[in-house]
Design a protein around this ligand. Structure first.
Ligand SMILES: *Cc1c(COP(=O)(O)O)cnc(C)c1O
Length: 365
């Protein structure tokens, strides 16, 4: 039996979206490919609230994160983290011989503007990374507050991991002044895994021109310029079937309306938080709790694997914790095209399993 996924990516993909992937393959050096890629980029500019150029990458989001920190750090990177994915950017810097320092928020707390100001005021840095929505700890960082601080430091290139937020939680790239914003296909956009997307500012590109070793496949400067010289084509063969699905799904997203989408995610987030608080504790300070993924502290000490097995028999799957939080927390993903009815069904099943005190019976099966 296939399971309905309530994990923080990959997400359920609607059948009509999947069906787009069965269109006949087109050559990647054709006008049809240019049209497809140009069309996708224009739609994505709306989703990102930006006029910056969009680049598509046949890779997952992790690859573009690595490419970005490598392509845009000249002096030293200030990496801010409230969990696994934030810290990943620091590890990538170190593996690529890029100077970087890591700044971690307090447990369950967001990164504050004050924290960023203190670090940037040292003048040691020319690049900063922030995870908009940290998928391990379930925290959404206050980007407007952080943006105000970053705007005081014009030499800073600002990289944002929007992998689990773009399309689910509002992030206005141009208004905030984000230089590079990265997203993966398999999270809030409701697509299969296999591609990543970034918006890239002119300011970031100016920086990249002064950096000697940017790699090849993930060189943002090369990707950026090639789009211009080839009318939206790419250096190597892209994931054409996924782009068919992306082109179609972006229309569906814009038809729903971005604001409606954010509202729906807020409702979903509130539903899960209300449910979780009946039995457990939220890992995250509630004002900053994510509307796309909820991280729940396993204060009842339930056997998570047995819980998920029982859910599996009922046709659902949720997720354990991630990174350091693997055994202390578990997570419910509520992103992409997830509806209120679908989530209600999951929560009813969870109530039946653990709510009515019959958790031990259910797992004894
Ligand atoms: C999933 C995720 C990633 C990694 O994305 P991949 O597409 O799996 O490489 C990075 N950052 C965040 C916040 C994520 O949720």
């Amino acid at each position: 039996m296939s399971k309905k996924l309530f994990i923080p990516g990959p997400v359920n993909v609607r059948d009509d979206v999947l069906a787009e992937m069965t269109n006949s393959i087109i050559g990647h050096r054709t006008m049809a490919a240019s049209d497809l890629q140009r069309g996708i980029s224009k739609k994505l500019q709306k989703v990102f609230y930006t006029n910056n150029r969009i680049i598509l990458s046949t890779s997952s989001g992790t690859a573009l994160m690595e490419g970005a920190i490598r392509s845009f750090t000249k002096k030293r990177a200030a990496v801010f983290s409230n969990g696994f994915f934030g810290t990943l950017w620091y590890e990538m810097a170190i593996y690529n011989n890029i100077e970087a320092d890591l700044f971690v928020s307090e447990k369950g707390k967001p990164i504050s503007g004050k924290m960023v100001d203190e670090v940037l005021s040292t003048g040691k840095y020319d690049l900063i990374t922030i995870t908009h929505n940290e998928t391990s700890s379930g925290i959404t960082n206050p980007m407007e507050e952080i943006s105000k601080v970053i705007k005081k430091y014009p030499e800073i290139v600002w990289l944002v991991d929007g992998v689990s937020s773009i399309g689910g939680i509002k992030l206005e790239v141009d208004k905030l002044g984000v230089d590079v914003c990265i997203v993966s296909s398999q999270k809030c956009l409701g697509l299969p895994p296999g591609m990543a997307i970034a918006s890239v500012s002119e300011k970031a590109i100016k920086r990249a021109r002064n950096i000697d070793f940017r790699g090849y496949y993930l060189d943002f400067l090369e990707l950026y310029e090639t789009i211009d010289t080839t009318d939206y084509q790419y250096i190597s063969t892209p994931n054409i079937p996924l782009m068919f699905a992306m082109n179609y799904q972006l229309d569906k997203i814009l038809d729903e309306g971005l604001e409606n989408r954010f509202k729906r995610h807020k409702i979903l987030g509130n539903m899960v938080r209300d449910w979780a608080k009946k039995y457990f504790t939220l890992y995250t300070e509630e004002d900053y709790a994510s509307n796309t993924v909820t991280t729940i502290e396993n204060t009842m000490n339930i056997d998570f694997d047995l819980l998920n097995e029982e859910l599996g028999r009922r046709g659902f799957q949720i997720s354990n914790g991630y990174g350091d939080l693997k055994d202390k927390t578990f997570r419910i993903g509520h992103m992409a095209d997830c509806t209120v009815d679908e989530l209600e069904e999951l929560l009813e099943n969870l109530d039946e399993i653990i709510g009515k005190g019959n958790y031990s019976e259910a797992i004894a099966v």
